[in-house]
Design a protein around this ligand. Structure first.
Ligand SMILES: [Zn+2]
Length: 232
């Protein structure tokens, strides 16, 4: 003899089973921040794009996105990022090795985000980076600029937002193009953008661009730990 439930009850039982299964499954597959691109956060992509800048064969296509609800609009933020990456005299586009172009749709080589400290931590945290609510990061194909830093600047750049903004974008994009951390090359020298300047200038003077006016790369002795340990 087999136990049989009335048809109606069996149906409810089946529905309940499906619901329970979905909820249980959710505990392992529903991880919105595990996605490579933080689609679940509310960001808007700056519309339009730029011409290709720089003479370098290696073209980097990038998107710019700003978190929704900020006073800085995606277009305003993009204009600053474009100015930094479009600097063919002293930016990464100088030196004839790279060129950059902003687009507003995939495929891209990297995306530059302007994000609140909380969102910065969430995005960077996906990659195992601890931004502690106050620093920027570059990881995978994402460059995340922390709104707090963007507005409050860092201590050596007080009153010089343009210079700090250039430094922040050049440092993080520097990681994307494969540059590691370096140290100050000597007393009074311009601080390389790949220095973690937030930890101190070590005798160098503030600087926000990878190349000097005369086209030489502003760099310094490599920091060994930067190749092994991901640090923002
Ligand atoms: Zn760094």
């Amino acid at each position: 003899m087999t136990a049989r439930l009335p048809a109606g009850r069996a149906r409810y039982g089946a529905i309940a089973l499906v619901v329970v299964a979905a909820v249980a499954a959710g505990t392992w597959w529903w991880r919105p921040w595990a996605d490579a691109a933080p689609k679940s956060l509310a960001f808007t992509t700056a519309p339009g794009g730029t011409e290709r800048v720089g003479t370098g064969e290696h073209l980097y296509r990038y998107k710019v996105r700003a978190e929704n609800g900020l006073k800085v609009t995606p277009a305003q933020f993009a204009a600053e990022v474009d100015a930094v990456l479009g600097d063919t005299r002293r930016g990464w586009a100088a030196g004839g090795q790279r060129s950059f172009q902003r687009v507003d749709a995939d495929p891209v080589d990297f995306t530059v985000y302007l994000a609140t400290p909380k969102s910065t931590d969430r995005i960077c945290g996906q990659y195992g980076l601890d931004t502690g609510g106050w620093v920027n990061c570059a990881a995978g194909k994402q460059v995340v600029i922390n709104l707090k830093r963007w507005q409050e600047l860092s201590e050596f750049y007080t009153g010089k937002p343009e210079l700090y903004h250039a430094l922040a974008v050049n440092h993080e994009v520097g990681h994307i193009i494969g540059e590691g951390h370096v140290d100050c090359p000597g007393q009074g020298a311009p601080a390389p953008v790949m220095m973690q300047q937030i930890k101190g200038l070590h005798g160098c003077v503030p600087n926000g661009t990878p190349y000097a006016e005369d086209g030489t790369l502003i760099t310094g002795p490599p920091v060994a730990a930067s190749t092994a340990t991901p640090v923002p």
